[in-house]
Design a protein around this ligand. Structure first.
Ligand SMILES: Cc1cc2nc3c(=O)[nH]c(=O)nc-3n(C[C@H](O)[C@H](O)[C@H](O)COP(=O)(O)OP(=O)(O)OC[C@H]3O[C@@H](n4cnc5c(N)ncnc54)[C@H](O)[C@@H]3O)c2cc1C
Length: 397
């Protein structure tokens, strides 16, 4: 019988904070959360940071349980054999269990000129770098947002609402996730904000130059500030640590979120790849995954079989400036359905989601075990079907 169990949570985003808080359900578990910053980043508001309507940070004191020790540092390597992590500052921390929740960042750009000349927005530091650049740019300067997934759409709308001249280069379809009706609603709002939307096969950027972008169909667009929002990548910590990862570098796990290499390591959030099945990188998934990862550790400590991941997506919610939004509903397989809520009501729904996230984390901090969305029936059947369809990739527990 173990007297005290040391759990190290690597990464203090939505998944890591949820997991850390939940693990304090047991008095004989000591939780250390390792994160490079002393404040919690509310990433789903980073486009607002760029637009100037929010700082996108929350004091950890508001969302982290009192029994969680916050260690401000980064993990440089995980040694699964020795059950310890090496910190970027040079020290080491041992663990009995480790929660891998290092999240995501901008995908490594492969288009010439992006790395040197474009601005990224997927992390706090990137968003903070862009804000003063926009503030210093003349009001009429052409701003090009590249990528028309949720991040690109939200940034384009936010900047246009603030009076900027914005062109959104889609690289294909506007909002690929959206149902055609939801897409029409987004396109209508962007048009009203004065955003020029370039979509279709030729509308992909081939080069970023100092004051222009070049498109595949030979068009050249003047661009004083180019914002690159094309895709997420993940930190390479798992790769560097010799752990099994998928093509993107996410830690491969089974349906209990246990690493396929080591049952003392569980993963959650954007940096987890459960059963190699598609999983939208999102806050919407990160919190249930964080809760599931904690429950898996708690089950093992209780000598019980951990449960499988249950994950039901309900929607994708987009803010389109401060006054409008589109709440695109989805089925349980995460496919958009014809129904959406738009306009001011859509904006209010999105805002209530953004306000609700720190509240859910705070509730879990105050009363560990409160969060239950990862136990909602529905997603489990669909995942079981997917895992059965790809046998051999999931490990049984
Ligand atoms: C502008 C924008 C808007 C978005 N809007 C939405 C939305 O409306 N809805 C939605 O569902 N999703 C949205 N997302 C996506 C969402 O923010 C991410 O999917 C979510 O943050 C993933 O949560 P996470 O806990 O896995 O990782 P993160 O929130 O990225 O947290 C990971 C943490 O781990 C830390 N870390 C990394 N490496 C190490 C290391 N080596 N050692 C220690 N710590 C480390 C990071 O610094 C970070 O603090 C948006 C993203 C952006 C950029």
């Amino acid at each position: 019988m173990i007297e005290n169990t040391e759990v190290v949570v690597v990464g203090g985003g939505y998944a890591g904070v949820m997991a850390a808080n939940r693990l304090t359900r047991r008095d004989d578990v000591t939780v250390t959360l390792i994160n490079p910053r002393p404040t919690f980043v509310h990433r789903v508001r980073l486009h607002q940071l760029v637009g100037g309507s929010d700082e996108a940070v929350v004091d950890y004191g508001e969302v982290l349980g009192e029994r969680v020790r916050l260690l401000v540092d980064a993990v440089a390597r995980i040694d699964a054999t020795e059950r310890g992590v090496t910190l970027a500052s040079g020290g080491t921390v041992g663990y009995d269990y480790l929660v891998y929740a290092v999240g995501s960042h901008s995908a490594a750009p492969s288009v010439p000129g992006v790395a040197e000349l474009a601005y990224l927005v997927a992390t706090l530091e990137e968003a903070r770098q862009l804000r003063p650049v926009l503030a210093d740019a003349p009001a009429a300067a052409a701003v090009t947002v590249v990528g028309a997934g949720p991040t690109g759409i939200e940034i384009a709308a936010e900047l246009a609402e603030g009076g900027r001249t914005v062109t959104l280069v889609c690289g294909g379809v506007l909002g690929p996730y959206l149902h055609p009706r939801g897409r029409r609603a987004v396109a209508g709002r962007l048009a009203r904000l004065g955003v020029t939307v370039l979509d279709g096969p030729g509308a992909s950027v081939t080069t970023v130059a100092p004051d222009a972008v070049h498109l595949a169909d030979a068009r050249e667009l003047p661009s004083a500030v180019t914002v690159w929002t094309v895709g997420f990548g993940v930190p390479d910590l798992a790769v560097r640590s010799g752990l099994s990862v998928d093509d993107l570098g996410r830690l491969r796990t089974d349906e209990t979120l246990t690493s396929v290499d080591d049952d003392r390591i569980v993963a959650a959030g954007d940096s987890a790849a459960p059963s190699d099945q598609p999983l939208r990188m999102s806050c919407q998934a990160a919190m249930p995954l964080g809760a599931r990862a904690a429950d898996t550790v708690l089950s093992r400590l209780a000598g019980e079989q951990p449960g499988a991941l249950r994950l039901s997506f309900a929607a994708q919610c987009l803010s389109l400036g401060r006054d409008a939004g589109v709440f695109q509903f989805a089925d349980r397989s995460d496919v958009a359905v014809p129904f959406h809520v738009g306009g001011r009501l859509g904006a209010r729904l999105k805002e209530s989601v953004c306000q609700g996230i720190p509240k859910l984390l705070a509730d879990e901090a105050r009363k560990p075990g409160t969060y239950r969305l990862h136990r909602v029936a529905g997603g489990a059947a669909r995942r079981r079907h997917l895992v059965r369809a790809a046998p051999g990739q999931a490990r049984s527990t």
